[in-house]
Each structure stands twice: as structure tokens, then as C-alpha cells.
Design a binder for this molecule. Structure first.
Ligand code: BT5
Length: 339
């Protein structure tokens, strides 16, 4: 008797769970079907909520899920939603043929690059992912990296001719090459905020996370992780990031093919790193300064538990920031963050 009762309630719970799962899935699928049937025209949230028998808040939540899955859905006040594009996927076959490891999903391409480096993968290799589940910024911060909208990749290098101190400006070299590419080729005014932020109109388009394993006199490996927002709409970002971040699409109104963009950037970066290992930061200094949004400005830099304010005057050949503080004293700052 007790056993039967247990079986009965267990069975009911199972049915209940199944019903919830089907209902959740089908709401997003129905919304997608309606949006597709509407051929790019707007359909109101009220209309969708009436057709599906769910609240408007639930419609908005399901639209959010579709966006996270890579669907490009535009929303406008008093008009509703329209489907702008299907999920765009990196062409993994093409990338693999060009020696780029292309993963559908990974925690972090930097972590993946580290694993491969430890297993013996040589330098001048690139690892990209459609999506990162635990994309990271500096100091353990999160990096939002959904599928279908950005470039999330890491470059593995194993230089044997430079020390960690000599390699320090490689983040600035990376920023200079990317900013130059966006300015020259795509005519997008990308600026560099020392040391690792790529901005357009003061909003963050991308960032760089450089990690190194080695001893003071040699490098085992260097990993340069690059995150760039390419085809997102403003609504595709979590509310906490909106207003502070941007994408190539938001700024230019044009959709770029992420696969070819990645190939172009990888090739330019590889060439730049070869030159950097031979000649240091000097060949990149002018390029970096040209695109800098930091030099000539009053800034406050946070470093190891303290802040320093003053005018950002220049950078050294090691990529350190030269600042004249409010008492007129010159300071050289190797690591830190402008706040
Ligand atoms: C960075 O850190 O700017 C470095 C980001 C590097 C990401 C790449 S993606 C490929 C590789 N694999 C990884 O796991 N990471 C690298 P930081 O300066 O600490 O900035 C982090 C801050 O930027 C966060 O705290 C947010 O405020 C903001 N942020 C998060 N996601 C963003 C995004 N997609 N676009 C713009 N800003 C974002």
C-alpha cells in the first residue's frame, strides 16, 4: 500500500515536470514561428501574449532566450518584436582548414589554450569558440560571451627569445593592431583605453586578457584572449552592461561575417607578434598613441590597493603609463586600471 502510494506520487511528479518542460520549450518555439511568419515586420508583445496565453513579461523572457540562442530580434516601443536574423555561426570547417581550433562551446578559450599549451601545442595557434560558458575578464571578472554574436578567441604563443618583462607590452600591441584594423578597414573609430579596453564612443567594444606562465628569465607560454562584440543589438546585452558596451553592428549598422573577420585579425596579429618578438614595442608605439583615448587626459588609475590621479602624458617603450600626478610628480605605472 505504501509502495503504491509512493509510485503514484512519483509518477505524478514526473508528468508534472514533463508538462512544464514542454510548455517552456514550445512558448519560445511558437514565438519564433510567429516572428518568422511575420517576415521581418513587427508583431506586438500583446498579440504574442494573447496568442500564447502567457503574460507579456513571459513573452519578453522567451524572447530573451531566443536572443541568447543567437536569434537577432529587434524590439521597439509600441511596435513589438521583429526577427532581424537567424543565428549566425562561425564556419568551423573553414576555420579548421585555416588552422584555427573552433569549438562550439567551451568554458573559456584562455583556459582551453592553457590546457592545449600544457599538452604540447606549439605557439602561433589560435583557439576560438562560438560560445563561452565562463568567459573571463581581468581579476576574475565575467565576460559575457553568448553564441552567434561575438568573437571570443585566444592566441597561444611560446616565445623563447623574450622574458616576461619584455613581453609585457604585448597587450598594447594587440590593442593597437585591432584598433588599427577597425579604423582603417571598417572605418570604425575604435579607441584604446590603457591598457586593454577597446572602446567606441566611450563604450566597450572589446577587451583583452593576457596570461603568462614562466619564470623571470623565460616564458613557458603566453595566452592572449580577445573578446569583441560584433553583431549584438543593445537588447542582447544583460541590463547591467547596457549603456556601457557596444558592438560593431550597433556602431556601424552593418553585419560583418565573423569567420572572415577572425581570419583577418588572426593573420594581422600573428604578423605583429613576429615583429614584436624581434623588435619590441617600438614599431607599434605610434599606432597605439594614434588610437589612444587615454593620453592627454586627466585620469584616475587604480593599482594594488591605491589610486593615483593626474594627467596621462605618454607611454614607455615597455607599455607603462607615464602620468603627472596632481602634485606635479612623474609616475610610471606598469599595471593598473583607469576608473
Ligand atoms: C577584459 O577584462 O576586458 C578582458 C576580456 C577578455 C575576454 C576574452 S574572450 C576570449 C578569452 N577567453 C576568456 O575567457 N576571456 C578572453 P576586464 O577589463 O576585466 O573587463 C571585464 C568587464 O567588462 C566586466 O566586468 C563587465 O563590466 C564588462 N563586460 C563583460 N562582458 C562584456 C562584453 N561582452 N562586452 C563588453 N564589456 C563586457
Amino acid at each position: 500500500m505504501v509502495d503504491n502510494c509512493f509510485l503514484f506520487s512519483y509518477h505524478s511528479i514526473k508528468i508534472c515536470i514533463a508538462v512544464i518542460v514542454v510548455k517552456r520549450n514550445s512558448s519560445a518555439e511558437y514565438i519564433l514561428t510567429y516572428l518568422k511568419a511575420n517576415g521581418g515586420s513587427y508583431i506586438s508583445g500583446q498579440d504574442l501574449s494573447a496568442r500564447l496565453g502567457i503574460s507579456r513579461a513571459a513573452v519578453s523572457k522567451q524572447v530573451g532566450k531566443l536572443r541568447l540562442a543567437g536569434y537577432r530580434i529587434s524590439s521597439a516601443t509600441n511596435r513589438g518584436y521583429s526577427l532581424v536574423g537567424e543565428p549566425d555561426r562561425l564556419d568551423s570547417k573553414l576555420l579548421e582548414a585555416q588552422n584555427i581550433t573552433c569549438l562550439t562551446l567551451t568554458e573559456s578559450t584562455n583556459r582551453e589554450a592553457k590546457r592545449l599549451a600544457e599538452k604540447g601545442l606549439p605557439g602561433f595557434n589560435c583557439i576560438a569558440a562560438e560560445e563561452q560558458s565562463e568567459g573571463r575578464g581581468r581579476l576574475g571578472r565575467d565576460w559575457f560571451s553568448p553564441p552567434g554574436s561575438g568573437l571570443w578567441f585566444s592566441i597561444l604563443l611560446k616565445p623563447d627569445t623574450v622574458t616576461p618583462a619584455e613581453a609585457a607590452p604585448i597587450t598594447l600591441v594587440t590593442a593597437a593592431v585591432i584598433a588599427d584594423y577597425f579604423n582603417q578597414t571598417l572605418k570604425l573609430p575604435v579607441k584604446i583605453k590603457w591598457p586593454n579596453d577597446l572602446l567606441v564612443n566611450e563604450k566597450k567594444l572589446g577587451g583583452i586578457l593576457t596570461e603568462l606562465k614562466g619564470e623571470p628569465d623565460h616564458i613557458d607560454y603566453l595566452i592572449i584572449g580577445i573578446g569583441l562584440n560584433i553583431s549584438q543589438n543593445t537588447e542582447d546585452f544583460p541590463p547591467g552592461l547596457r549603456g556601457k558596451v557596444t558592438s560593431l553592428f550597433i556602431e556601424s549598422g552593418a553585419l560583418q561575417n565573423r569567420t572572415s573577420l577572425l581570419l583577418q585579425l588572426r593573420d594581422r596579429l600573428f604578423k605583429a607578434y613576429q615583429l614584436f618578438f624581434q623588435e619590441g614595442f617600438k614599431p607599434f608605439s605610434a599606432q597605439w598613441k594614434k588610437h589612444s583615448s587615454t593620453l592627454g587626459r586627466k585620469v584616475t588609475v587604480r593599482l594594488a590597493g591605491q589610486t593615483v590621479s593626474g594627467k596621462a602624458e605618454d607611454i614607455t617603450e615597455q607599455g607603462a603609463l607615464i602620468l603627472t600626478d596632481n602634485n606635479g610628480a612623474k609616475k610610471i605605472i606598469n599595471y593598473g586600471e583607469i576608473i
